[in-house]
Ligand binder design. Structure first.
Ligand code: CO
Length: 211
């Protein structure tokens, strides 16, 4: 059997199990999705949103990219954000990074990863530049990468708050709250590192007053 065929076989077994546990499971989900959470995570195969949070299909709306970035020109991310915030009216947005992130590590190297990846990783180098005083003072390389991973998550949460999408929702319905988390590959535990409740003050430069 080919490896991909095993996936299809496992899928049949999974669907059967779900129906055995709850005969209405698929019917209910096919009618409606009302997730409370938007998850912006790393594409890394070791950080599956549902599995590490013990959630089921229908509970988390998910966007993943390399190093869980919120890039303000990324129409893919912005479409997901707008749909989740405006139409699904999620109550929480979670940016979840992870210690040992290959994207963060690559951004800290001086390697040329060719243009497209270089462009993407530039966003992480910019986070380093914002926090270089704190980061340069950390001598241990792993500790420095870990701290950059935390600061990166924090900056991506702040990027969310800079969007008119989030600011409009804050004004209209006092939600969503924004959370920055970092998952540990070594212990499976999530470390909450940063939070912005709805209507937290941001740099006035990025505020929209005529929403
Ligand atoms: Co990663």
């Amino acid at each position: 059997m080919q490896t991909y065929e095993k996936l299809l076989l496992e899928n049949k077994a999974w669907a059967r199990e779900k129906i055995e546990d709850d005969p209405e499971f698929f019917k209910r989900l096919s009618d409606l999705q009302t997730p409370e959470f938007l998850w912006i995570g790393c594409s890394d195969s070791r950080v599956p949103a549902n599995e590490i949070t013990g959630t089921q299909p229908g509970e988390i709306f998910v966007h993943r990219n390399i190093a869980n970035m919120v890039v303000h020109t990324d129409t893919n991310l912005l479409s997901v954000l707008e749909y989740a915030v405006k139409h699904l009216e999620v109550k929480h947005i979670i940016v979840c990074g992870h210690y040992g992130c290959g994207g963060v590590k690559a951004a800290m190297s001086n390697n040329d990863y060719n243009q497209v990846l270089n462009m993407w990783l530039r966003n992480i180098k910019d986070v380093y530049r914002l926090h270089f005083t704190e980061l340069d003072a950390i001598k241990d390389e792993e500790a420095r990468l870990n701290r950059l991973t935390e600061l990166n998550v924090m900056e991506q949460v702040i990027h969310l708050a800079k969007t008119s999408i989030v600011q409009r929702a804050w004004k209209k319905r006092q939600a969503p709250d924004l959370h920055g988390w970092v998952y540990g590959l070594k212990d499976g535990l999530i470390n909450p590192v940063f939070e912005m409740k709805a209507n937290t003050a941001i740099d006035p430069l990025y505020e929209y007053h005529d929403l």
